[in-house]
Design a protein around this ligand. Structure first.
Ligand code: SAM
Length: 287
């Protein structure tokens, strides 16, 4: 009898993945084949080849990134902070096991070191093997892989980093602590005096409580805070938020310069991503 991996089912002969994270709204993807499946010590890891989005990374049944739209998220979480910092040299990525954010960071010649702290080596292995469109099969000597809990790593780092990018999964399982105040406090301590951090802060429409909590927590530690958005088709609601906290005053978005090769980010998008829809501005005013 055929063994069907968790989170997948067959209907009329076709294989489908149904994301299982929400009670009232479920996203279902038609799948061609299972390229990778392993239960790691932290989570269930799959790479599935899907009809509409190509190969996709799925952790505990939730789509993390896909060959078709992964670049949008990875570019926007990487290039906004890197373009805002006057001279980023040392960068810390927490999570980011699909290597997509590191692939964007290596585009900056002035960066001399990128520490990527991913709790689960299986995610990196699976992405390098089966998701080259996202992972780029990265082999840049400036990237140092560290397989460890980002919470513990950040707690030890002191005044070292110019930019910290938190590319975490949703706030459940191993990523839960990555949305808590003590972790943001560690990030504040880990940054140099002109450093800045960014984290993905979920959907403004479906997870507005998490987004607001993140905004308040980051804002309670960093004197300068901004929220920006991008549209990522595979994330619930499409519209996705990012929260940026800085120790020193940030330049006006109109001063952002950007000359990297990218598919979504360009100078105009990086300058205007801080322009928020009315409902979102109102939400933040009450935060
Ligand atoms: N872009 C995706 C999204 O927003 O859904 C997330 C990308 S996925 C690569 C996030 C990564 O964070 C996963 O590989 C997961 O293993 C890692 N992660 C979760 N908790 C972590 C922790 N405490 N420390 C380090 N990495 C963690």
């Amino acid at each position: 009898m055929e063994r069907i991996p968790p989170y997948l089912h067959r209907a009329e002969g076709e294989l489908w993945l149904t994301e299982d994270e929400r009670d009232n709204l479920k996203m279902t993807y038609r799948i061609k084949t299972v390229l990778f499946e392993e239960q790691s010590a932290f989570q269930h890891v799959m790479v599935l080849d899907s009809y509409d989005f190509g190969p996709m990374l799925v952790l505990d049944g939730v789509v993390q990134t896909t060959s078709k739209d992964g670049y949008i998220y990875n570019e926007m979480i990487a290039h906004v902070p890197l373009a805002l910092h006057p001279a980023p040299r040392k960068v810390l990525i927490i999570g980011g096991g699909d290597c997509g954010v590191a692939c964007e960071a290596v585009k900056y010649a002035e960066i001399t070191r990128i520490d990527m702290v991913e709790i689960d080596e299986t995610v990196v292995r699976a992405s390098r093997l089966h998701l080259p469109e996202v992972s780029g099969r990265l082999s840049d000597p400036r990237v140092r892989y560290c397989y460890e809990d980002g919470v513990a790593f950040a707690a030890r780092a002191k005044g070292e980093y110019d930019v910290i990018i938190v590319d975490s999964s949703d706030p459940i399982g191993p990523a839960e602590q990555l949305f808590e105040l003590p972790f943001y406090h560690s990030l504040h301590e880990a940054l140099r005096k002109d450093g800045l951090m960014v984290c993905q802060s979920q959907s403004p429409i479906f997870h507005s409580e998490i987004m607001l909590k993140t905004y308040r927590r980051v804002g309670s530690l960093f004197p300068h805070i901004r929220l920006y958005t991008a549209v990522v088709p595979t994330y619930p609601g499409g519209l996705w938020s990012f929260t940026l906290g800085a120790k020193q005053e940030l330049p006006d978005p109109d001063e952002i310069r950007f000359d990297k090769q990218a598919g979504y980010a360009n100078e105009a998008v990086l300058r205007r991503c801080f322009a928020l829809p009315e409902f979102l501005s109102e939400l933040l005013e009450g935060a």
